[in-house]
Design a protein around this ligand. Structure first.
Ligand code: PLP
Length: 386
């Protein structure tokens, strides 16, 4: 290829001067673990999403676990999740002693297939106590249909909104529709705290459990024990708890990023629009439908004729780092026995796995990087499919 070689990373967090100042203020304050900044992050998140309860945690994995446990999911229960997801979705189910039931995805959108969800419920009956729809890449699942199936059967809905913020569905945020929703602030996400997450719910009983269980089951806020004259000297432990709290250092970064979340999402959207326009009609590539409601966490294309790995390799040779979201759980060694679901039951997921490729997408991506990725991708496809 006759152009100047560049390296384009797959994802890079956007850390502004204001972000650094906010974290520095916490570092200088003398209180770096969970405290007032974390409380402010939760309050602003709650307001922004218009939900009564939001709890910061140290990962979405922890958040999914707490959300499931808060809704009563436990031993002998079964939980439907898509096979096309990150291991965390299944792990959270296993932490509760429940069994993941792997469902297929819609071949067009790669979000949870409604017919596959219905089949899982028919097959496993009232063992199914919850479903975790994953808003794949920030594209919303068909939440109205999922709710219509689950509500009469009292199947709880925990939205895996790890990719979602600030993507929408109808007139609200993804993650605020089910019984609980869980966001990830991992390093590559649309809003990052390095590692971190947020659980939202409208259910007061679930909220009361989550608030305590995320920090050892302690019955009252203890972060203000040295600074508040009214803080009691001791505490009680009222439930089994975990060490899932978020630090104030991380929360400061999250609070600062929250201010420009829409702007960061709009820049991701612009990049996705350019990809979509540039790649429509290219040989050998299938595009997912453009969805205005997405958070644009991922831009996923499908490469035909078994050439995905060859395209991945060519892109890498030319300095462009791509990724694959995901190798499905039913094709992972551990989950062949730790979950229910196989290739025969999951044809759309299995077919997608051979074709999906995620291209670089991050809010701070430069015009030069974008132009370069477009050029390398087009040339690679013309070469592969000539
Ligand atoms: C779909 C999905 N669910 C859950 C998680 C877990 O998020 P975290 O890394 O914050 O635990 C991820 C992480 O990337 C994810 O992609």
């Amino acid at each position: 290829m006759n152009r100047n070689f560049r390296t384009v990373v797959f994802a890079r967090p956007e850390i502004s001067k204001a972000d650094r100042k906010a974290v520095d203020r916490v570092l200088k304050s003398g209180w770096i673990t969970t405290g007032s900044v974390c409380a402010r992050f939760e309050a602003e998140f709650r307001q922004r999403l218009n939900v009564p309860f939001a709890f910061a945690v140290n990962s979405a994995t922890a958040g999914l676990h707490l959300a499931l446990e808060s809704l009563g999911i436990g031993n002998q229960d079964a939980v439907v999740i898509p096979s096309l997801t990150f291991a965390a979705t299944a792990e959270a189910v296993l932490y509760c002693g429940a069994r993941p039931i792997l469902a297929d995805v819609d071949p067009k959108t790669l979000t949870l297939s409604i017919s596959s969800l219905k089949q899982a419920i028919e097959r496993h009956g009232n063992r199914i106590k919850a479903v975790i729809p994953v808003h794949y890449g920030g594209r919303p699942c068909e939440m109205n249909e999922i709710a219509a199936i689950c509500a009469p059967l009292d199947i709880k809905i925990i939205e895996d909104a790890a990719h979602s913020f600030p993507g929408t569905y109808n007139d609200c945020f993804q993650g605020t529709i089910g019984d609980a929703g869980v966001y990830s602030f991992y390093a590559t996400k649309t809003l990052t705290t390095g590692e971190g997450g947020m659980i939202v719910t409208r259910n007061p009983q679930a909220a009361a459990f989550i608030e305590k269980a995320r920090l050892h089951g302690i019955d009252r806020p203890v972060w203000n024990r040295y600074t508040s004259p009214d803080a009691p000297p001791t505490y009680d432990i009222v439930c089994r708890g975990y060490k899932y709290n978020l630090t104030d250092m991380a929360a400061a970064l999250g609070l600062s990023q929250l201010k420009r979340a829409d702007d960061m999402r709009n820049r991701r959207k612009r990049i996705a629009e350019i990809y979509q326009n540039e790649f429509s009609g290219l040989p050998g590539v299938g595009l997912l439908p453009f969805d205005e409601r997405s958070s644009f966490h991922l831009y996923v294309v499908r490469i035909k004729d078994g050439r995905r790995n060859a395209v991945y390799k060519k892109m890498k040779e030319n300095g462009v780092c791509c990724s694959i979201h995901y190798r499905p759980l039913h094709l992972m060694t551990f989950y062949q026995t730790a979950a229910d679901g196989n290739s025969a039951d999951l044809p759309a997921t299995t077919a997608a796995y051979g074709e999906i490729l995620s291209l670089p997408l991050f809010s701070s991506m430069s015009r030069k990087d974008l132009k370069y990725v477009v050029a390398v991708f087009k040339e690679t496809l013309y070469n592969e499919f000539k």
